[in-house]
Structure formats: structure tokens, C-alpha cells
Design a binder for this molecule. Sequence first.
Ligand code: FES
Length: 199
Amino acid sequence: MTDQADQSRRNFLYVAAGGLGAVAAGATIVPFIGSMLPAADTLAASKTEFDVSTVEAGQLVTIQWQGKPVFVVHRTPELLKQVDGHDDKLKDANSEAIAEVQQAWMDTPEARKYRAIKPEYLIVVASCTHLGCIPLFKPSAGRKDWGDSVPEDWAGGWHCPCHGSYYDLSARVINGSPAPHNLHVMPYEYKTDTTVVIG
Ligand code: FES
């Protein structure tokens, strides 16, 4: 082999080796980038669809979203009236305390009071903002149905059995409760007139 032929052969081997390296690096990088993107089934699991029309008037159902319990309450006109008239007893009547969990649609006094896109359907995380117990739903006003587990001027809402926090029928925390905040409203939207997508 001449010197020139020998040099050409070495150059070919360098190029071929470099090309293989580039292919190998490409083959490594693509799956790595792919592994950083959420899988389709993970994205699906992060959202929950629910037909709110399946909740009877005046009733509460608990559904699951990302492993957390979520309350869906069908508020009748009577229950919606019970939200009024006690702002002075609430820690955060206008849902302003934690801006980072407020939703874009909470942009009117009415939306902040009812804390729902459609006032008749309240959807909140079912976790007391004190230490995370699941509050008990006690919708009727007064003590007739609940005895002295609720205050005398009870307007209806939730009672947390762990350390005695109270929330009204918009899940707004009542003064004197150890819970610091209203029950959280998670992101959600209506996909149809009655189907919500949570998350
Ligand atoms: S966890 Fe609800 S009052 Fe403590």
C-alpha cells in the first residue's frame, strides 16, 4: 500500500468512527429526551372527568383526582342562600388569602363567594387545610340535625372532626377554626354542559 493509499484508508476509518459515534449519541439522546416528556397515560391520570348531573340536588359525592378525594356538591337554591349573611364570621370571605391557588375565573365578587364556575356545583379538594382530615358535610342550618357538634348559629357547611374546623357551604373557613384557609378549589373546566375535567 502506498503512503497516499494508507492515509486515505486512515481518513476513512476516522470518518466512519466519528459517524458511528454520532449515530450512537443520537440513539442515546432521543430516548433520554423522550423519557423526560410525560407519558400519555400519565397525562390522562392527572385529569379526572366527571358528570356533575349525576349528583342529586342537595347531595355530595366524593370522587378521586390524582389520588386525592374531591367533593362535588349539588347546591340547591336554598343551599346557595345559606352562603349569604355571615361574611363577618369568615377568615377569607373573598377567597383572597392564597393567590397561587385561585383560579382565573374567580374574577367577580359572585365567583369568589360561590367559588364555583357554575354556582350550583361546588368542586373542592376534600382535605381540611389544617392537617388534612376529611371534613363532614352538614348542610342543613341550625342544630336540629347535628346537635352541639356545630355552633348555634350554624349556616350549614362542613365540620372537621379532627380538631373542630368549620367551613360554610362555599367551603370558606369560619373564624376560630384551626384551619388557616378555605378548602382548595383545584383547576377544572366544563367540557360539556355537565361534564367537568378536573386537573
Ligand atoms: S385537620 Fe381539620 S381541624 Fe385539624
